[in-house]
Ligand binder design. Structure first.
Ligand SMILES: [Fe+2]
Length: 265
C-alpha cells in the first residue's frame, strides 16, 4: 500500500498572531517539512476567542495569512494551504454566522473549550455550534482536565454529531499521562474521528500527522492511520461522509517503542 496524501486540519502557522509560529521563517520551516513528508493539505487554524471574534483582531490574522500564503505558494508548491480558525467557546452568545471561519467548504468548525478544562455544562457547550448549523470538530478532547473521569462525554458529544479530533502528540505522551491514556482508550473503542497536529512551530510542539501515521502503522493500525490522517480529514474539508474507524488495538508495548522512536532514548 502506498503512503496516502496526508491532511492536517489543525496547526498554528499564521505568523505572529497567537502562540504558534513567530514569523514567516518559522512557519515555512514547518511547511517545508510537511511537503517533504507527504502532507499535501494544511489548514492553519489560529486561535480565535468567541469573545473577541467581533473585534479588529481578525484583520491582523487575515493579513498575516496572506503574507504566509504568498511565500508558501512559491517555496512549497506541493502543499495546499488553507486558513480556518480554532474557535474558543468562551462566550455562550458567540456569533457564528460568518461562514468563512470553517474548515474548507465542508461545514465543519474547529472548536475548543476554554482553559483546557472540562466545561461546567458539557451537555450544552456544543449546542451553540450545532444551532448555528456547524458540525463541531472538537480539538483535542483527550486534553481537557478531568476528561478521564468524565469519559462518557466523548460518546455523548459524538452522539450529538460532533467529531473528535485528537492531537498527534497525545499518542506518545506529549500532553501528559491523562491525555495519553484517553487517546489510547479512544483509539481502542473507535471514537477518534480525526488526528491533527496542533503544531505550534516550537520545538516542544512540532508533532506532525506524518509522525502519527508512522506510529500507528508501527502499532499495527495502518488502516486506521490512513482513515484518521488522510481520508477523514479530506472528507471534513469537502463535506463528504466520514468513514467509520475500526477500533485500533495496539500491540503490547507499542507506546514504549514509539516513545523511543520519538525521543531516541
Ligand atoms: Fe490548537
Amino acid at each position: 500500500m502506498s503512503d496516502p496524501d496526508l491532511v492536517d486540519l489543525h496547526c498554528h502557522f499564521v505568523p505572529g498572531v497567537d502562540d504558534g509560529a513567530r514569523d514567516v521563517e518559522e512557519a515555512m520551516a514547518q511547511l517545508i517539512e510537511c511537503e517533504r513528508s507527504g502532507i499535501r493539505t494544511v489548514v492553519t487554524t489560529p486561535h480565535l476567542a468567541a469573545s473577541a471574534a467581533r473585534g479588529p483582531w481578525r484583520d491582523g490574522i487575515e493579513d498575516a495569512f496572506a503574507e504566509l500564503a504568498a511565500v508558501a505558494s512559491r517555496d512549497c508548491p506541493a502543499v495546499t494551504l488553507g486558513r480556518s480558525f480554532e474557535f474558543r467557546l468562551d462566550d455562550p452568545d458567540a456569533d457564528l454566522s460568518d461562514r468563512s471561519i470553517g474548515l474548507g467548504d465542508g461545514g465543519g468548525l474547529l472548536v475548543e473549550f476554554p482553559m483546557l478544562a472540562m466545561p461546567a455544562y458539557p451537555d450544552r457547550m456544543l449546542d451553540v455550534v450545532l444551532a448555528a448549523d456547524w458540525i463541531p470538530v472538537l480539538a483535542h478532547p483527550e486534553r481537557y482536565a478531568g476528561i478521564e473521569r468524565a469519559y462518557g462525554w466523548i460518546g455523548a458529544w459524538r452522539e450529538k454529531g460532533a467529531l473528535m479530533c485528537v492531537n498527534a502528540g497525545s499518542l506518545w505522551g506529549e500532553h501528559g499521562g491523562e491525555a495519553l491514556r484517553v487517546a489510547r482508550r479512544m483509539l481502542g473503542d473507535g471514537s477518534v474521528d480525526l488526528i491533527a497536529s496542533d503544531n505550534h512551530a516550537r520545538p516542544s510542539r512540532a508533532a506532525t500527522v506524518r509522525q502519527a501515521w508512522d506510529y500507528l502503522k508501527e502499532a499495527g493500525c495502518e488502516e486506521q492511520a490512513t482513515l484518521l490522517t488522510a481520508v477523514n480529514p479530506a472528507a471534513v474539508l469537502s463535506g463528504s461522509r466520514l468513514m467509520g474507524v475500526p477500533p485500533c488495538e495496539p500491540r503490547s508495548g507499542w507506546v514504549d517503542r514509539l516513545r523511543r522512536l520519538v525521543t531516541g532514548g
